[in-house]
Design a protein around this ligand. Structure first.
Ligand code: IMP
Ligand code: MG
Length: 516
């Protein structure tokens, strides 16, 4: 299928779409007579929802649930620390836990060495796939108040109706963000820095994935996220002056680095050559050690050198490390990284942070992280740096355990300096400052406005360190580096189209002048 974009560019949507992890299209379930199809249910719900609900008010009743509802029994062992008492275990629970400790150890063994012993779950648990099934428990990485709200709307609306209403509500919200209908329906909502043409984006996506033709299965979280991303790309492309990327999980897999042949290298260089500033905004911070940042970006810097890119182009590349604590730029000749002196870019607020307050915050954070690890019986090593502290599991664990520790630290830490406590997927860190402050400083340094900026990241949940960027600019939420590649290609096509349109307009204007 070819998608005709105005001008002379023809984009083959199918070629763009291949890197997506294509959502599974389950075959319709075998239905009992009492089951109702998605369409029938929607019809039924529609009839039972009042006219007011159709306009949005009825949906207001379905407020999102907090991510954690404490269902623990009332009898508790009171710990000396009152903050931890709330999360403590009852005596019976502790005894039961002790009794099952030996069993747990063998369960981990089974999960890690599935071929050794099939006794716990019988022969069916012997494969590594089964072990992965047990590890992957839920959808904690997919939490968002707006997307969840859009999903719930599908109980009473068709996909197209959802997109039409949302597009209208987003426009209203942009005009009056504090009192808009969308703010009433989704109170956690922040700002939109551009309009979002959700209907067009949906139609474009639907042409390939046929969401509107599905009878039983409404769009899932990832599909809605894709539609919103596509709308955001089309909205941002024309005025884009700065694009920032999270590193781990967005540009490369967690804990990895740019390889020489990474496809993203070409995309980043293309963006720089389109006169767009590119920055990596990452939590990873290596104070005074530019070579450690260079190590993670070696493939990219090597390509800058190989292509002999002029300083005019590489000057547009920056790295913001430690969320907001270290800014680096590319040296003009040998394309290495060097720190930009603090006085050139740090905001007044950052300059006011006292070293004592920072260390006091990190001491508190370290204590909370260690308490969390102890409570969950997780063996960890501690990494303390001048502006951050983290725990790294040394025994096998799962995402949910790290999530619990991150949220505990986030809610219990009290400090005089801003901080970001987050679940890194394989570790939990508390950093001084956050990516919103990092972006604010970078945008002021470069003289760029929020509607001209786009941040691409993989962690936008409550425990994610990309969420803060939403205060400063538009965002793209990706699930992995493959999706980053896909969306950046789409963005580059849009940028090329905009520049062709601008050239065409200029030629027409010149022609008009000559005719006169
Ligand atoms: P991001 O996704 O690029 O923001 O990087 C987050 C990851 O960087 C964390 O999950 C850690 O594995 C790693 N990291 C390395 N040093 C630090 C640090 O000082 N603070 C926070 N994260 C760090
Ligand atoms: Mg990340």
């Amino acid at each position: 299928m070819a998608m005709q974009l105005s001008g002379s560019i023809n984009v083959k949507m199918s070629t763009l779409l291949t890197p997506f992890s294509v959502p599974a299209h389950p075959s319709p379930p075998i239905m009992s007579v009492r089951d109702r199809s998605y369409r029938q249910r929607r019809q039924h719900n529609r009839q039972s929802v009042s006219t007011a609900a159709q306009q949005g008010e009825g949906l207001q009743q379905q407020q999102p649930q907090p991510p954690f509802i404490n269902t623990r029994p009332k009898s508790r062992t009171i710990l000396t620390d009152p903050a931890l008492a709330e999360m403590s275990l009852s005596e019976e629970e502790i005894e039961a836990d002790m009794a099952s400790a030996a069993k747990t150890a063998s369960l981990w063994e089974l999960l890690n060495n599935p071929e050794q012993d099939g006794t716990i779950f019988g022969n069916r648990a012997r494969s590594a796939t089964d072990a992965n099934v047990l590890r992957r428990k839920g959808h904690l990485k997919e939490q968002d108040f707006l997307i969840d709200f859009m999903r719930r709307m599908h109980e009473t609306h068709s996909c197209l109706e959802v997109m039409t209403k949302m597009e209208k509500w987003v426009n209203e919200h942009r005009k009056d963000p504090l009192r808009s209908r969308l703010k009433r329906l989704v109170p956690q909502l922040g700002q939109f820095f551009t309009p979002l043409h959700l209907v067009d984006a949906f139609l474009e996506y639907d042409e390939v994935f046929k969401l509107s033709r599905r009878k039983f299965i409404p769009p899932n979280f990832a599909e809605l996220r894709h539609v919103v991303n596509i709308a955001q790309i089309h909205a941002s492309a024309k005025n884009l002056r700065l694009i920032t990327f999270d590193a781990d999980g967005t540009l490369y897999a967690d804990g990895c680095h740019f390889e020489q042949d990474n496809a993203m290298i070409a995309h980043i260089i293309n963006l720089l050559q389109c006169d767009i500033h590119v920055a990596i905004v990452t939590a990873a911070g290596y104070p005074g050690e530019a070579h450690k940042f260079e190590g993670r970006l070696a493939g990219l810097l090597g390509s800058f050198r190989k292509l002999n890119l002029p300083a005019e182009v590489t000057d547009r590349f920056h790295v913001m490390g430690g969320e907001c604590n270290y800014l680096l730029r590319v040296t003009p000749e040998d394309k290495r990284l060097e720190f930009v002196p603090d006085e050139e870019w740090k905001t007044e607020e950052m300059c006011r942070w006292h070293e004592d307050d920072i260390q006091y915050m990190l001491d508190g954070a370290e204590m909370l992280l260690m308490k969390g690890a102890k409570r969950l019986e997780l063996e960890v090593s501690v990494m303390r740096k001048p502006r951050s502290v983290g725990i790294i599991p040394i025994s096998p664990t799962i995402y949910e355990v790290l999530e619990d520790i991150a949220l505990s630290a986030q809610t219990q830490l009290v400090a005089n300096v801003p901080f970001c406590a987050f679940n890194g997927g394989n570790d939990v860190f508390v950093d001084c400052g956050n990516k919103s402050l990092g972006l604010q400083a970078l945008m002021t340094f470069l003289g760029i406005q929020p509607h001209e900026t786009l941040h691409v990241g993989d962690r936008f949940t409550l425990s994610g360190n990309d969420s803060a960027t939403r205060d400063m600019c538009s965002v793209l939420w990706v699930a992995d580096p493959n999706e980053t590649g896909f969306f950046v290609r789409l963005l580059l096509k849009d940028i090329a189209r905009s520049s062709l349109e601008a050239q065409h307009e200029q030629t027409m204007r010149r022609k008009l002048l000559l005719d006169v």
